[in-house]
Design a protein around this ligand. Sequence first.
Ligand code: IPM
Ligand code: MN
Length: 352
Amino acid sequence: MLNIAVLPGDGIGPEIISEAIKVLKAISEKRNIDFNFNYYDVGGIAIDKHSNPLPQSTLDACKNSDAVLFGAIGDPKFDKNPDSSLRPEQGLLKLRKELGLYANLRPVRSYSQLFEFSPLKKDIIENVDMLIVRELTGGLYFGEKKSSKTSASDLCEYSIDEIERITEVAVNYAKIRKGKITLVDKANVLETSRLWRKTVQNISKKHSDINFEYMFVDNAAMQMIINPKQFDVILTENLFGDIISDEASAIAGSIGILCSSSIGKNKGLFEPIHGSYPQAKNKNIANPIAAILSAAMMLEFLNLNEESKIIKKAVNISLQNKISTADLNNDNPSTTSEVGDYISKKIKEENL
Ligand code: IPM
Ligand code: MN
């Protein structure tokens, strides 16, 4: 029995997560796998119900589960809240920190079925396949914050240990991928970036089979658009990783299909990289594929590799046959639940 803590969160979170659960139930039926799904509040909904974006009961449940499936958080109604600990986002940040999820893996590839949805030319995005390895529990997100009436500051701090452990993750992936790591930093200006560079350079000496490159983040933002094929594993700190992964989603065709996993020593949390898209809430129009592919990443983490592949194949069929929400289908869009139904049906019926 696998205990999954399900945290749908805010905005479109509940809608896309219910499609991911539908797909996992189809897998469970087909392959005889026993999932136990337990639902918990996080984010804005948790502030409304428990006055806390990460209630203790949610945190405890996540700690005691085999994996966490996460939807999205964020609600504009909290934007004016003067108490910053009562922002929905704080729930996710605290969860990442408490579970020790220091590595955020964001695979980005182009899909031949979706070339027309990328603003970039086909010959630029064709065959792009990269993995963004984003440090997730340090840097500006977690440094000391101060604010007064006239000024504010966020401290960016990294220790060698923090840099080493995320670099090891990048190294392990580079070894099973194309053997290249690009460290994205701002070492011409930032002290923390200089420490990143020095630490990664030291580690690189032990790995002659890996080609290490070093790139300033401003240049990387441009290279992502003009020549994304050059990237295999991108290693970077928290905020840079947040920014370039949204940028990279333009390669895939829609941010609505990009999934991620956040891992640490032994815990794993799986979530779409997109946000809570409040404008689409309850409209049954949001793309559930990022959530469904995040569930597939969760299965891999649980050593259910075959099952994970089945989900990915079914997703490909849905894209191929244009059973897609409006972000990927201008003429005849399907709803969120129709996409989930279709993918589940393919899983049950086809020999994938
Ligand atoms: C992400 C999100 C989060 C982040 C927000 C919601 C706190 O943008 O997972 O990329 O900035 O890490
Ligand atoms: Mn983000």
